[in-house]
Design a protein around this ligand. Structure first.
Ligand SMILES: Nc1nc2c(ncn2[C@@H]2O[C@H](COP(=O)(O)OP(=O)(O)O)[C@@H](O)[C@H]2O)c(=O)[nH]1
Ligand SMILES: [Mg+2]
Length: 351
């Protein structure tokens, strides 16, 4: 059976840590979390990712971009022996596609990609987010002088929200991936936890597309991650003893959680439809049995109505089982996501 695909797109300024994150995330998830495992469809890509990771472990060499072309990874997320979902993840390296210098074809490519995305990962570098925290979390960043290039990304994201609303489709899940959180404390003069609270409370000011009036029906997770305590950012070689990965699996877990929630909504709808179908078949059968509809030659119609009822009941059992399974999986995943800031309709949910 073909498995469903989650289309995931990573956006973030050059140097924000996208490539490093993808490598670290793969390393983390290929060794499993709560019985879920990630692997690449292409075995060469798996070898590549594993080679890079062992280089980092051995001598601190950071995985490096080989080109500015968008790079696509096809992952499979598996639970036990079963393939659950395919994750088609594209890293728009350096975001040439959104750059003024980018060609029209590039821009079009990214627009198409975003329009089809179930999940958008906006990558923000803690080094720059720390500056914004230090400046007192102002509401509008100077768009010509923002190394995170948020104005551009935010506009692209709100374009997707508007289009989805127009089409009546579900909004993509948004992950704000705060990379290099090891830098946060030193650069803000706060504890990392205090700085994260400041970011979480003011996220809508940092990324206007995620502010409450714009993000109706949108679910956002703020995921602080790091590969290690490397200090000064943008080194090609780091001290491999400082490798200390944190939270690398959460964006994928959140995207999967979002995907399952949508599945739950679909199953609930299916059950409502089944129940309605069942009601009408039952009243038809009752009417036929009472002979209201002409009595005599109704045997075949009665059998048909009876069969339809049985079919609907079986389908109902299957759908119910799927619903329960999805709800159970969601509860497991929620345990992983505890402590992560989640927003719905632009508002921070607290539990
Ligand atoms: N301090 C620190 N630096 C990091 C971390 N992850 C990546 N970096 C640095 O950020 C640089 C740029 O990362 P890269 O993944 O190439 O960014 P990309 O251009 O967005 O793909 C790397 O060379 C590292 O020096 C981290 O967890 N902590
Ligand atoms: Mg890169």
């Amino acid at each position: 059976m073909a498995v469903p695909t989650i289309t995931m797109t990573m956006l973030g300024a050059s140097g924000s840590g996208k490539t490093a994150y993808l490598h670290g995330m793969y390393n983390r998830l290929s060794s499993g979390v709560q019985g879920y495992y990630l692997y690449t469809i292409d075995p060469d890509q798996d070898l590549d990712l594993a080679d890079h990771w062992s280089l980092l472990r051995r001598n601190g060499t950071m995985p490096k971009a080989t080109s500015e072309e968008p790079r696509r990874y096809d992952f499979i997320f598996r639970r036990g022996m079963r393939d659950l979902v395919e994750i088609d993840c594209t890293d728009f390296r350096g975001n040439a596609a959104l750059d003024r210098r980018g060609s029209a074809a590039d821009v079009h490519l990214l627009e198409q990609r975003l329009a089809a995305s179930d999940s958008i990962v906006l990558v923000l570098d803690s080094e720059h987010v720390a500056q914004w925290v230090r400046a007192g979390t102002p509401g509008s960043l100077d768009r010509d002088d923002d190394p995170m290039e948020i104005a551009r990304f935010s506009r692209a994201i709100s374009g997707v929200f508007t289009a989805r609303k127009r089409e009546g489709g579900p909004s993509p899940a948004i992950v704000v991936l705060l990379t290099k959180v090891d830098l946060l404390s030193g650069l803000t003069g706060m504890t990392a936890a205090e700085a994260l609270v400041a970011v979480a409370k003011n996220l809508g000011k940092l990324v206007p597309a995620l502010a409450d009036d714009q993000a109706e029906g949108v679910t956002v997770a703020l995921c602080p991650v790091q590969l290690g305590n490397f200090g000064a950012a943008r080194l090609e070689r780091v001290d491999s003893r400082a490798i200390n990965p944190k939270n690398l699996h959460l964006p994928i877990v959140f995207s999967l959680r979002h995907y399952l929630t949508e599945g739950i909504a679909r199953n609930q709808e299916a059950i409502r439809e089944l129940t309605a179908g069942l009601d009408s078949s039952r009243s038809e059968l009752a009417a036929l049995s009472r002979g209201f509809m002409g009595g005599f030659f109704q045997g075949a119609r009665k059998t048909a109505a009876q069969l339809e009822i049985e079919r609907l009941l079986t389908q109902g059992t299957v759908t119910n089982a799927m619903l329960q399974q999805a709800q159970e999986k969601c509860r497991e995943l929620d345990r992983e996501l505890r402590g992560i800031a989640i927003y719905r309709d632009g508002r921070l949910l607290t539990d």
